[in-house]
Design a protein. Structure first.
Length: 92
């Protein structure tokens, strides 16, 4: 799976840090899309169970076969986008 995006960073923002995207395009086969969908649904359920303490989790940690894909990370509403630079194996 490949992910492409356009950043909305201003000239003063550091583009090496996570920035808001104005667009995301996912290039994937049907199997990858179904696994991604299952991951997102399960992440939403965990987020409901954990509440505000839900941090983030990585697709590659939850679904086999995504180790060499673009990094898809689900962030909880209170999580910081700058704390997602490594894989954990568990949501924080």
């Amino acid at each position: 799976m490949k992910m492409h995006g356009r950043i909305s960073a201003t000239e003063t923002e550091d583009v090496s840090l996570p920035n808001a995207l104005t667009e995301v395009a996912i290039q994937a086969c049907t199997d990858e899309l179904r696994k991604t969908s299952a991951f997102l649904s399960a992440a939403a359920s965990r987020m409901e169970d954990i509440g505000r303490a839900y941090g983030h989790e990585h697709l590659a940690d939850r679904q086999p076969g995504f180790d060499h894909s673009g990094e898809l990370i689900v962030l909880g509403p209170a999580a910081s986008a700058t704390d997602t630079d490594h894989r954990h194996g568990k949501p924080r």
